[in-house]
Write a protein that binds this ligand. Structure first.
Ligand SMILES: Nc1ncnc2c1ncn2[C@@H]1O[C@H](COP(=O)(O)OP(=O)(O)OP(=O)(O)O)[C@@H](O)[C@H]1O
Length: 218
């Protein structure tokens, strides 16, 4: 099973410029691929395309040959974990209810790795946990879906160094143990050099030919 983008193109509207223009990449099971680039380059957009929350205007995204969109009752094999973990939780729901929304049974929730979801946090509201705790629970929720791939988009950009190291330690351990392929998106090149097996630069993903030049100028 490979996560692939094949000549993917995307723009937010017909009148806006191409944000992703002819990009191809692949992530293998168990592989951690870093994606680096400046702010506004299009990294998050590509992450959303790879996780199926956006659909390419042209080209294809596939996980094991199929578009990574959740079917009815079927978890998405490509889970997106984004920077602002608290936005992923309903502020009016206790953490337990947000996790239960994934469809897992109560005993699975109670049996979650306490490093990801400490039992005492499950009955709190999102505003009652720290940013580091929120991102660990958010990662735990993505792992409940038993994903084949994780798109980790600036997941530790707002965290202190200790929380940052802990989130990455947990993610890399889960990826290694379960053979999950990871696309780690960050503007922090030294971080990617530590966590990833190889690092791609967003600018290098865009082929430079006359056709692209004509179609990416706006
Ligand atoms: N929902 C949206 N509607 C319209 N334009 C958008 C939308 N989301 C992003 N963009 C634009 O697409 C471009 C790429 O944004 P994107 O968030 O993918 O970049 P990025 O490389 O992830 O940046 P950063 O590192 O700052 O998060 C930017 O010009 C941004 O303004």
């Amino acid at each position: 099973m490979t996560l692939r983008a094949d000549d993917v193109w995307f723009r937010y509207s017909r009148k806006s410029p191409w944000v992703v223009a002819g990009v191809s990449l692949s992530v293998e099971p168990g592989e951690v691929v870093g994606l680096h680039g400046p702010s506004g380059a299009g990294k998050s957009t590509l992450g959303r395309l790879l996780s199926g929350s956006l659909t390419p205007r042209r080209g294809e995204v596939s996980a094991d040959g199929r578009p990574p969109r959740p079917g009815r009752g079927t978890p998405n094999p490509v889970q997106l974990v984004a920077q602002h973990a608290l936005l992923a939780f309903d502020p009016l729901w206790k953490i337990r209810s947000s996790l239960a929304e994934t469809g897992v049974a109560d005993d699975v929730l109670d049996g979650m790795d306490p490093a990801l979801a400490p039992p005492e946090l499950l009955d709190r509201f999102p505003h009652e946990i720290s940013g580091g705790e929120a991102q660990r629970v958010n990662l735990g929720r993505a792992l409940l879906a038993d994903p084949r791939f994780l798109v980790a988009d600036e997941i530790t950009a707002s965290l202190d160094p200790i929380s940052q190291a802990e989130v990455w330690r947990l993610l890399l351990a889960a990826a290694d143990a379960r053979g999950i392929g990871v696309l780690a998106i960050s503007h922090d090149r030294p971080l990617l050099d530590v966590v990833a097996h190889r690092v791609l630069d967003f600018g290098d993903l865009v082929p430079t030919g006359p056709w692209q030049a004509a179609h990416t100028s706006g």
